[in-house]
Design a protein around this ligand. Structure first.
Ligand SMILES: Cc1ncc(COP(=O)(O)O)c(C=O)c1O
Length: 442
């Protein structure tokens, strides 16, 4: 395995250039590629492009390859299943991998009592299913979600999303009845308050203002929330936030839906991020890291909530046998050692970033849990003016030096390497990141 990134060509290299030209001719221009990486093959934390350049991957395919690229245990599970049964549609027939995975998911999602699992193919589908179930179960029409939230791009999930207007432009009218409210983004508190002196004003405001003035709580089906906000900027709410939110939800018979699509499946060092807050959720949406790169989404709820009737929701491909086997192999690895590794290496990453923060003024905030870590760039620590131009420049510089990272929010960079990352790889990533920051912003 290579120990260092190797960049042998200009980026993009000649083969990549040709493929990108072809891509531009045939592939949807709606995709958001931030740098010209054309991947050929990958293993563990290492990605090789079509020109023979090698990169250290701190993106994990946007927090998906939890077990690293092509983990042999996962690959073998897929190969075995591919020779056995490719597809039969779990909507219309029964097959073992879907049933076994449902049993496993029901056991790893927090909460006592019997649970049920719905399978789709993506995060958006998991959220969409939660959205429909919340309406079906409560027979209520209104919902609450958060500014900065990203829940997916299908019409229901998009209606809950409030991340960037470009994602919504020209798609109105969206699903009605959704009210977006400020997330507990303490670095930039919407109410200009400071935790803990604020006494969780952002939660109290829901009951004292929102429910009193515009949104009748008895008509609200669900509150959709990312336990740690992902696309919005890797924002970690303060301790006590989710518990207080859940209390309000329960008071008014509202379902608390945790979108763990990005934060779940061991990424934060616990199976689900909500566990860090010792809080509960009624419904959970899960995808991304669940099957190490195979398409799979899951929505999990107590049996008494997932009480919809046959035909009320389904998907031809959801819970495909290959994806289910990949998920079971992934969970085995997470439970055996990878969640622990996420905690250990996450601490190392955080410590390294805090050390860099002491030197580089532009690193306004460093935050995260486990291997879900974000750095927010500012022009000035006092004013916190977002350094929106430096962010893409740092990402591009890191790419040219052989480190793959991505942005989140308006001015943050996310670190979400595979949970297999080693201490050496963390240190290497940190040193390339420092070089990039130094060259762009210092
Ligand atoms: C929290 C969250 N929910 C939902 C989604 C949508 O997932 P997908 O792109 O698989 O539809 C994402 C994707 O980034 C996400 O981060």
């Amino acid at each position: 395995m290579p120990k260092k990134p190797t960049i042998k060509t200009a980026l993009p290299g000649p083969r990549a250039k040709k493929l990108i030209k072809l891509d531009k001719a045939f592939v949807s221009p709606s995709y958001t590629r931030v740098y010209p990486l054309v991947v050929d093959q990958a293993e563990g934390l290492w990605v090789h492009d079509v020109d023979g350049n090698t990169f250290l991957d701190f993106t994990a395919g946007i927090a998906v390859n939890a077990t690293g690229h092509c983990h042999p245990h996962v690959v073998k599970a897929i190969q075995r299943q591919a020779e056995h049964l490719l597809h039969m549609s779990g909507t219309d027939f029964y097959y073992t991998p879907q049933i076994q995975l449902a049993e496993k998911m029901a056991s790893i999602v927090p909460g006592n009592g019997p649970k049920r699992v719905y399978f789709g193919n993506s995060g958006a589908e998991a959220v969409e299913a939660a959205f429909k179930l919340a309406r079906w179960h409560t027979k209520r029409e209104l919902n609450i979600a958060f500014f900065g939230a990203f829940h997916g791009r299908t019409m229901g999930a998009l209606s809950l999303t409030a991340s960037k207007t470009v994602q919504k432009k020209h798609y109105n009218p969206l699903v009605p009845g959704i009210t977006h409210i400020p997330y507990a983004y303490c670095y930039r508190c919407a109410y200009n308050l400071c935790y803990p002196d604020c006494d969780l004003f952002c939660v109290k405001w829901i009951e004292d203002t929102l429910f009193r003035t515009t949104v009748p709580p008895e008509e609200v089906a669900a509150i959709f929330i990312e336990p740690i906000q992902g696309e919005g900027g890797y924002i970690v709410p303060p301790p006590g936030f989710h518990k207080a939110m859940y209390r309000i939800a329960k008071k008014y018979g509202i379902l608390y839906v945790a979108d763990e699509v990005q934060s779940g499946m061991g990424r934060t060092g616990k199976m689900f991020a909500i566990e860090h807050f010792k809080a509960k959720a009624d419904i959970m949406a899960i995808a991304k890291g669940i099957a190490s790169g195979m398409p799979l989404g899951a929505m999990v709820a107590p049996a008494k909530i997932m009480n919809w009737e046959a035909g009320s929701h389904a998907s031809t491909f959801g819970g495909n046998p290959l994806s289910c086997q990949a998920a079971m192999a992934t969970i085995e690895l997470l439970e055996k050692s990878l969640m622990k590794n996420a905690t250990v290496q996450g601490k190392r990453l955080m410590k390294g970033l805090h050390r860099l923060q002491k030197t580089y003024e532009c690193m306004g905030d460093v935050r995260g849990k486990g291997l879900m870590v974000g750095v927010e760039f500012v022009k000035d620590r006092e004013t916190k003016e977002p350094a929106t131009k430096w962010r893409p420049a740092i990402i591009r510089k890191a790419f040219e030096k052989g480190l793959l990272i991505l942005g989140c929010g308006e001015n943050s960079i996310r670190f979400c390497p595979a949970l297999t990352v080693s201490a050496k790889e963390i240190d290497l990533g940190l040193s390339i990141f420092e070089e990039a920051v130094k060259e762009v912003a210092a």
